[in-house]
Write a protein that binds this ligand. Structure first.
Ligand SMILES: C[S@@+](CC[C@H](N)C(=O)[O-])C[C@H]1O[C@@H](n2cnc3c(N)ncnc32)[C@H](O)[C@@H]1O
Length: 228
């Protein structure tokens, strides 16, 4: 039996690999538990950008492992399993993160997961809206039939992670060409950073999205007259 007090004390578990959600990126959104996990680690794993975001709390004594090939990461983690390791993932740990890969290739029991807010949660908060009626998906290097899904009467819209090929412009153009109207397109780029940019337009104006995009989240929000 574990008491609530002990559980809270043990947020950081030094006998496990801590996986910390960075939140949208700006260090001000990092959780207290996440900061503790990073400060106590002997090894910190993350992308170059994430590690640079965290430089204020990483010391020179800590070993840095920059994420590259995932198979090499697993080999490195296995070699160093007796050391205190913290892995940084962007946004929330439960939304298109490394967690399933780590669980599959190491073990679920060895991970201590510290969640955070996702990039899409941050975007909705900026919009002053709730997201519980939206469907979460991704077209980042994967197939997802957003034309079919947007028509689902049960949902208020879609949240999509995009990539350079299926970017917000291509997705919007495809929706428009499939007859979708009364849809607001919202693109959140570089969320929480100094160069944050939020673009909001109606699907009819999709040509305005014909440009290059930075790291982004795409929200497709149905209007009141959608489908009527
Ligand atoms: C591997 S996915 C991880 C998503 C993450 N777990 C989350 O909850 O946001 C990485 C993608 O999330 C989106 N993303 C993460 N941080 C972002 C930010 N600060 N601004 C805009 N998009 C972001 C981008 O689409 C990026 O390619």
């Amino acid at each position: 039996m574990i008491t609530i007090k002990e559980w809270l004390v043990n947020v950081v578990q030094s006998n496990k690999i801590n996986v910390v959600g960075l939140g949208p990126g700006n260090i001000k959104y990092l959780s207290t538990a996440g900061i503790e996990c990073i400060k106590e680690a002997e090894i910190i794993v993350g992308s170059t950008r994430q590690l640079s975001d965290l430089k204020a709390i990483i010391s020179e004594k800590q070993e840095i492992y920059i994420l590259g090939k995932l198979a090499e990461l697993i080999a490195y983690l296995k070699e160093n399993i007796d050391r205190k390791i913290t892995i940084i993932v962007s946004g929330d740990t439960g939304y298109y993160s490394l967690v399933p890969y780590l669980s599959k290739n190491l073990s679920k029991d060895i991970l201590n997961i510290i969640p955070n807010i996702s990039s899409y949660q941050y975007l909705f908060s900026k919009l002053g809206e709730n997201w519980q009626n939206f469907r979460l998906a991704s077209v980042h290097g994967r197939e997802f039939d957003y034309v079919k899904n947007i028509d689902d009467k049960e949902i208020a819209g879609l949240v999509l992670l995009t990539d350079d090929i299926q970017n917000p412009y291509e997705v919007s153009k495809n929706l428009y060409n499939n007859g979708i109207r009364n849809l607001t397109v919202i693109v959140g780029e570089n969320l929480s950073y100094d160069n944050e940019k939020i673009t909001i337009l109606e699907i009819e104006d999709y040509e305005k999205l014909n440009r290059k995009f930075d790291m982004n989240v795409l929200v497709l929000k149905k209007g009141e007259n959608y489908g009527k």
